[in-house]
Design a protein around this ligand. Sequence first.
Ligand SMILES: [Zn+2]
Length: 153
Amino acid sequence: MYCRKCGSTINEKAKFCDSCGEEVKILRQRSDTQKFEEMNKNKTKKVKKDKREEKYKDLKNPYIIPALGTAVIAFSLAIFPWPVSWGVGTSLWMRIAIVLIVLLSDYHCTKARQMNNLYSIQYNYLVQPQLLKVATTLSVITTIVAMFALFSV
Ligand SMILES: [Zn+2]
């Protein structure tokens, strides 16, 4: 064993260096094998983490796009006055169509919320929650407008 400070040989059991008086501290050196093993451990951890993230990415909430699509269509038909002869205030069939489309949207919104609840319980993960909020808001507004128009013929 050698002194850390002056490099002279010291007794294995000595607490201080004979030449310079430096306190002998035994540093436990990690062997290369240990380092290698630790490195591999970190690597496998990282790989596992990546795989999990990929799984999350693969998860898609299949109800969000239909929910948003039908909400936007129903909302557009109900709100925009073009073409002028359409719109929620004009024909009964138009109102019925809007109500049907918006009910479809409500259904898909509900399904999407259920899926997201499942995801959050199983994986602590939500799929496109902002889009779902937009779809839900649109379909709720359109439901109210369309129902009101339908029953106030
Ligand atoms: Zn020394």
